[in-house]
Design a protein. Structure first.
Length: 214
């Protein structure tokens, strides 16, 4: 498939070597990156949900690695105090993997259509198919070149620009991607039914921060 819409993030937030063999080797770096953001940030609850979800998840059923999926991604960067959330795609083809996120090629920020997709993904997943970005992403996939292995606690995807640790359960796949300049957190919903990323209680908390989620 042609790579029309999916833009791989080339990371830019600080140097982290990406030859690690387990998440435990970069866990301290993740904690430091999270501390760069204020709890008053509109997307802070999503950030915490992804980190907590990943760290509490188990080794993912390897069968899930062979299924394409749509998700969201947060880019942890010292240059991005707004903590933007982007549409993301997990692609499996020819026994290879690609994890990538979509952003506006000019502004490097999420467009209005991307924000609509992210808001729907977080709050009303069953309506995701009605968003403009979903309809475009479903037909366009990036090239896959990532190879995968595993350790005792997670699956590991090695791509040219990053190493990604993958964990999950029957509802969510979580991924922590580290390159030579930063960190990306991904989540992909494994089932159509079930919980939203933020439950009603957490969404109510998000509405109390100093500005709206979107």
């Amino acid at each position: 498939m042609k790579k029309i819409l999916i833009l791989v993030f080339y990371l830019a937030s600080g140097t982290i070597a990406f030859s690690q063999s387990s998440y435990s080797e970069i866990q301290k770096d993740v904690k430091v990156a999270v501390l760069n953001y204020s709890a008053q940030n509109a997307n802070y609850l999503v950030l915490k949900k992804l980190v907590t979800g990943f760290e509490s998840a188990k080794k993912l059923n390897p069968g899930y690695l062979k299924k394409d999926n749509m998700g969201i991604a947060i880019f942890l960067s010292n240059q991005n105090s707004e903590l933007d959330i982007f549409p993301a795609r997990y692609t499996f083809e020819n026994d290879k993997i690609n994890l990538s996120a979509l952003r506006d090629k000019n502004t490097k920020k999420p467009s209005d259509d991307m924000r609509e997709y992210v808001k729907t993904y977080i709050e009303d997943f069953n309506q995701l198919g009605n968003t403009k970005i979903f309809k475009k992403m479903i037909y366009n996939a990036p090239e896959t070149d990532g190879t995968y292995t595993a350790n005792k606690t997670e699956q590991i995807v090695k791509e040219a620009y990053a190493t990604t640790f993958v964990r999950g359960n029957d509802t969510w796949m979580y991924a922590m991607s580290t390159g030579n300049q930063g960190i990306i957190l991904y989540t992909f919903k494994m089932t159509i039914s079930g919980e939203n990323l933020l439950d009603k209680k957490n969404r109510a908390q998000a509405n109390k921060v100093s500005f709206p989620m979107y």
